[in-house]
Design a protein around this ligand. Structure first.
Ligand code: GDP
Length: 337
């Protein structure tokens, strides 16, 4: 059986990818860091077939050891400090993990190597945040980068060093430039999940307001479950290349709020939403919209879940989760459709 190794396996994408690869017949290994990592127990319950190994993107020797032990065919580097707002308060940590972590993983792959006939294939999780103050719309693989946060800057380094190791050492290394992708497993700090969770809790009477930053920025939001397939498809190509993965549609944060509240039957959402500048960032990415034509043509990849379904899926999940926690019977609520 082919063997896959995933960093960031406790995160949203790591979980979706682990499930997908397991379904494809892979032996799946995930890296976890630290002693007593609180997310491990839940993950082991949900995915008993997943093999967890200890290592850290800040520690090259640990990466070499885990690769020697696991002997993977494919490495997916999804581990990162991934929250843009946090990257402004912890920029050096972000540069170290999100940026230099990629270099360390590439070095470890170069050292361990795999076999001549079967060299390790590498996927780097690059990000639409690299486009930042966008130079053209929509953004493609050829659009120049202009990052707007320490996170975006670190991701640009990760992308460039992946391309550099491919060109310098002939590694099979691909960079997927993924636009925002969401789902029920998204962390509550990200705007989609924050909003769907708040709409659910407000409907259940567990929360009375939603405090937000800017409602004007635009994002190209897809479903994480669709996007992890593209990661795998990139590594099955004959030669390594980079791909934009996006839906090609953009919505404002305001439209997200409107839709999430509508999904719980609240049409007049404005009285529930208060703006607080503490959620504003020192620099913003105003507009993202990706052109995934290359992925469609070369990989045969297309998103299956559109934005309205995505929001409905996330709200339904949050309603069920929050109702169960509070002991509320969902049938007693007046919900649309
Ligand atoms: P990002 O695109 O990786 O930064 O993903 P986020 O989900 O963190 O943010 C998406 C957009 O929503 C950004 O333009 C944020 O400034 C905006 N936003 C507005 N209010 C909030 C909020 O309360 N939390 C978060 N996370 N983002 C917010």
């Amino acid at each position: 059986m082919p063997r896959a190794f995933i960093t960031g396996v406790t995160g949203q994408d790591g979980q979706h990818l682990a499930e997908f690869l397991h379904g494809q017949g892979y032996d799946v290994f995930g890296m976890v860091k630290g002693q007593n990592n609180p997310r491990v127990a839940a993950l082991t319950d949900e995915m008993p077939w997943l093999e967890l190994v200890s290592g850290d993107l800040a520690d090259l020797p640990s990466l070499v050891s885990v690769l020697e032990m696991v002997q993977p065919d494919e490495v997916y580097n999804l581990g990162a400090i991934s929250f843009v707002a946090l990257s402004f308060t912890q920029p050096e940590l972000t540069a170290n993990i999100t940026g230099l972590g990629v270099l360390r993983m590439l070095e470890a792959i170069r050292m361990v190597g795999g076999t001549h006939d079967n060299p390790i294939r590498f996927y780097q999780a690059s990000s639409s945040e690299m486009f930042g103050k966008v130079r053209e719309t929509p953004q493609t693989e050829m659009t120049p980068f202009h990052p707007r946060s320490p996170y975006g800057c670190a991701k640009v380094f990760g992308h460039d060093i992946t391309v550099n190791y491919r060109e310098s050492y002939g590694l099979f290394a691909c960079s997927g430039i993924l636009f925002n992708h969401e789902g029920p497993r998204r962390g509550l700090e990200f705007v989609t999940r924050k909003v769907t969770n708040a709409a659910a809790r407000i409907k259940l009477g567990l929360q009375h307001e939603l405090v937000m930053g800017t409602l004007d920025t635009k994002r190209d939001w897809g479903f994480a479950g669709d996007y992890v397939k593209a990661m795998w498809m990139m590594l099955q190509q004959d030669s390594p290349e980079d791909f934009v993965i996006a839906t090609g549609e953009t919505q404002t944060v305001r439209e997200l709020v409107e839709r999430a509240f509508a999904a719980v039957g609240i049409d007049d959402w404005e009285p529930y939403v208060r703006k607080d500048p503490k959620f504003d960032r020192p620099a913003e990415v105003d507009l993202l919209i990706g052109d995934a034509s290359k992925a469609k043509e070369q990989l045969g990849w297309e998103p299956e879940v559109a934005f309205p379904e995505l929001v409905t899926m996330m709200v339904a999940n949050d309603l069920a989760l929050e109702a169960a926690k509070a002991g509320i019977d969902l049938d007693t609520l007046d919900l649309p459709g």
